[in-house]
Design a protein around this ligand. Sequence first.
Ligand code: ADQ
Length: 535
Amino acid sequence: MRRLVVVSNRVADPECNSTAGGLSVCILDALRKSGGLWFGWNGEIVPRDEEVTVTCTRLESLTLATMPLSARDYQEYYLGFCNATLWPAHHYRLDLVRFTQECAQGYRRVNDRFAETLAPLLKQRDLVWVHDYHLIPLGTCLRARGVDNAIGFFLHIPFPSPEVLVAMPEHEWLACSLFAYDLVGFQTSIDKENFCRFICEYMGGKMISQDTIDLAGKSLTVSVFPVGIDVDYIMTMSQSPEAEMRIQRLHRSGETRINIIGVDRLDYSKGLPERLRAFRRFLELFPRHQKAVTLMQIAPPTREDVQAYMDIRYELEALSGEINGEFGDFDWTPVRYIHRSVARETLASLYRGSRVCLVTPLRDGMNLVAKEYVAAQDVDDPGVLVLSRFAGAAEDLEEALIVNPYDTDEVAEAIERAIIMPAEERMERHRALMARVRSRDGRNWAESFLGALIASKFRKGRAIEYLRTPQTPQHPAHIAHRLGSLRASGRISLDSGLKNSNISPPQGSSRKRGSEGPSRKRLTAILAPEQKPKC
Ligand code: ADQ
């Protein structure tokens, strides 16, 4: 059997049961089942680059290979390029994008260091699975070190529409770096379409099958793998005797009968101020529910060293204070705001004890909370999920009450509708949602990604063969592709090939107006980083 090697920015502690963060939760669930190696940052920061060394720890069938970040890496790579450039841009918040060349260099440097440290730990048949936006160029860095393993990449966050992406510095290099992988997975079909549209319309690439895209002779398999949860684990936790006791406490301790829950990292992408405003509007529009309903918002801290995250915290604290001041009474607190991590067992019981769950991000790759809430419900008396149309989960969970989180009145009305929804309708919706959550659970996600990774390694060779066949139409794009193939085989350099042949680079109908696209020289440089010692 092939060993699974997972690489992510942060390696979570498998023994800590209150990990707040979707990526750690789903990777841990996948690795617990298969065993293997998990490589990444241990969360520590050391003063100097020279102090960064790897440590291996064995936990049954799982090996953790972790290293600290240097203070410079933490500033430039983690706080800088990852969380002040990539994260806001991918969540359509160009107003929050901060970019400096130092941070971009830091990002390249850390990816390079990850590759340098990981490459010697790899065995020939290992399947390497790289996760998320922190490590987009890692595949290129590994290939530059001669790693020929099957390497797949999964993007947990949205891939923005090309019109937004092009506003982000370094976007061409980043998107093209993905061509070093054998497989790139996205959460939703919209994310995949956005990526393919960018490559085809702005870079002169071409779809050569439904899930294979080609750019200057490099082919890449792209597909959709909606991330899922461990349904039975959540169900078991939510039905334990301890969970039952917690639910009773929730209802006894509260001054109210109906609990609405929200569970999110305290992140501006999650739409928390908009949610609180919608709850306030609900109290205004439907005063008969006052004193009968409480919103419990659990929002653990995250990335607190980034200014935008400090701002959102102040905003949320001020808003919940305002609502409690305006509507609260000696026997009723409308908003209960909890700013810390909670054990997963406790979360599961809170989900089960809540009549409504508000999942209203402004943008979200998937959103696991939506799925966890569904899995934790009592099938005979389930609650109602109110879900933002901008969460990846909305592509699948159609039976939720789908809302536009920017529309305060619409969300307020959905809250009221959820509260008064008859039991029969709640059960019907829940049955359908549960079937969807179960059919695309965490195991299915990991198995289908890894299956596709193995298949794409094999298919990639065939796609290149296809491009060399004589019946390939002589469209400029195809010619460029073929030249790319020849360059890859060492028989021609793409640059000189194009220069000597009077062939225009792919452009015209598919190229976006106003976009000149990358020059031939630049495209060659972007796609051939293996010629450079460093990526
Ligand atoms: P996140 O942005 O972290 O994940 P999400 O998918 O909702 O968002 O996952 C959060 C996870 O953390 C859930 O499993 C939840 O139970 C847990 N959690 C949240 N608050 C907690 C708390 N207070 N205490 C303990 N646990 C808490 C990123 C992307 C998402 C994508 C996931 C997985 O942004 O869009 O769904 O990765 O791919």
